[in-house]
Ligand binder design. Structure first.
Ligand code: SF4
Length: 468
């Protein structure tokens, strides 16, 4: 037997793309390939691209060109492009990039098998509606072994005017609960204790299944898998929260009351232009309901500034909402016109410099709010998932408490003890910075530190909000 063949992956874009890359890593391992970190040592290079918005597309093209250099140098024999960019622009890319040997779309992960066998044509971009991930798809986890993303559905049925995703990811296709439980069991066997559920529209999970299933049912089923300690749902569309969902978020010991809900804006006019199906009042009602029904919840949201038609008054409404809502984590994106969307046809454009100034202003307003929310944790006990030795110093351990999602929300630094990566430990918070906490290990049973109602009373005071 000769040396194993080598393959290198570049994964761009969001967590959903990362799961797709992990499936292609699984396909490569099954096919006998050795995965290498150095593209210069790889016979096959796969770039899993992002085609979401302008800057992401540019980054994808630059990466393809960079990887193409290894083909010119002769070390790389096969260059493969996968993901949203090739799903969106297959013909254009095929014409512009002769150095690329194969194009896969955003739902063609398993076709990599045929590519690696050397028995297939150049253009392999398929119809996304024909693929939904399954528990028995091969998968190699990247990053921390105790935490994994789980893609619970593909596609989206909404019609937000700024978003091109439904046009190339297709209609929503939810995976059945039984299949997701099987995947969770496999992940738990691999040492995973934290599941982060992702999709385009997580709150709509299961509505498309023949036997309608709900996000609340799914959360309960996954949290009951042996070995799974934390389940967190990302990307909840701002809909009225159903009673069963509030119930499971607030009462289940292993379902985290972490609400990640992209609100996008708070002005009626902009929300109408975005075709979100609701006005700004919904935002106030949602935050108020959340604070009342799950007072210990942690709230993450994102906004888009610079959407066509956004006036100074609209932006002022958004700022007023952000000041009122006092959410924990906020991300602000600049509007990006996308081919084939209704927003891209609108005429009342916002100057890029104005949009940038609005983004900076919103972050300036939110900064002290996030800081204050973290400072409220000083002196309280929390459960922390230990991730290992800190990137900052070998003398510190690093982890996350349940209110910090991986990769987006900061860390907890621990200076006074030892622990294994993947352990959930009780800590006392001693200090807070802009995004991170300092804490010491303490003795004491773990269980979610913010148990709704039935355990110790919450040490943290959360202000109840009322409608203005
Ligand atoms: S819900 Fe999200 S993915 Fe679906 S159309 Fe709206 S922005 Fe796009």
């Amino acid at each position: 037997m000769g040396e194993p063949k080598t393959i290198h992956f570049v994964s761009l874009g969001c967590a959903k793309n990362r799961v797709d890359t992990e499936v292609m890593l699984g396909v490569s391992s099954e096919s006998g390939y050795e995965i290498v970190n150095d593209p210069g040592a790889a016979e096959v290079i796969v770039v899993n691209t992002c085609g979401f918005i302008g800057p992401a597309k540019e980054e994808s093209v630059e990466t393809i060109l960079e990887m193409g250099a290894h083909k010119e140098a002769g070390t790389c024999k096969k260059l493969v492009i996968a993901g949203c960019l090739s799903q969106r622009y297959p013909e254009e890319l095929a014409a512009e990039l002769p150095e690329v040997d194969h194009f896969l779309g955003s739902s063609d992960m398993l076709k990599l098998r045929e590519v690696l066998k050397g028995r297939t044509e150049r253009m392999l971009v398929g119809n996304p509606a024909q693929y939904t991930m399954r528990a028995d798809d091969p998968r190699v986890l990247t990053g921390q072994t105790h935490s994994a993303y789980v893609k619970i559905a593909e596609g989206c049925n909404r019609e937000c005017s700024f978003c091109a995703i439904p046009s190339f990811r297709g209609k929503q296709r939810s995976r059945p609960i039984e299949d997701l439980v099987r995947e969770a069991e496999r992940l738990a066997d691999m040492g995973v204790v934290e599941l982060n559920l992702i999709s385009q529209d997580t709150i709509a999970y299961g509505r498309d299944l023949p036997r309608r299933q709900s996000l609340a049912e799914l959360l309960t089923a996954l949290a009951d898998v042996r070995g799974i300690r934390w389940v967190r749902a990302h990307y909840l569309y701002p809909e009225k929260l159903t009673e069963p969902l509030v119930e499971v978020l607030s009462r289940h010991d292993r379902v985290l009351p972490y609400v990640d809900m992209p609100l996008q804006h708070a002005s009626d006019t902009v929300l109408r232009a975005m075709r979100r199906g609701h006005g700004g009042k919904r935002m106030y009602e949602l935050v108020e309901r959340l604070r009342k029904s799950i007072p210990d919840s942690v709230f993450r949201t994102t906004f888009i500034v610079g959407h066509p038609g956004e006036t100074d008054d609209d932006f002022a409404e958004l700022v007023a909402f952000v000041e009122w809502a006092e959410v924990d984590h906020v991300g602000v994106f600049l509007y990006s016109p996308e081919d084939g969307t209704r927003s891209a046809e609108m005429r009342e454009l916002v100057e890029p410099s104005v949009a940038e100034a609005r983004r900076d202003e919103l972050m300036r307003v939110q900064g002290p709010i996030s800081r204050e929310r973290l400072q409220l944790r000083i002196g309280t006990e929390l459960d922390v998932l230990v991730e290992g030795v800190s990137d900052e110093s070998e003398l510190l351990l690093q982890g996350r408490w349940w209110g910090q999602a991986p990769e987006v929300d900061g860390s907890v630094y621990l200076a006074n003890g030892t622990a294994r990566a993947g352990e959930i430990r009780r800590v006392l918070v001693t200090d807070a910075a802009d995004y991170d906490l300092m804490a010491d290990f303490v003795d004491g049973p773990v269980g979610r530190d913010a148990p709704p109602g039935e355990k110790d009373p919450r040490p943290l005071k959360v202000k109840l909000r009322t409608l203005p």
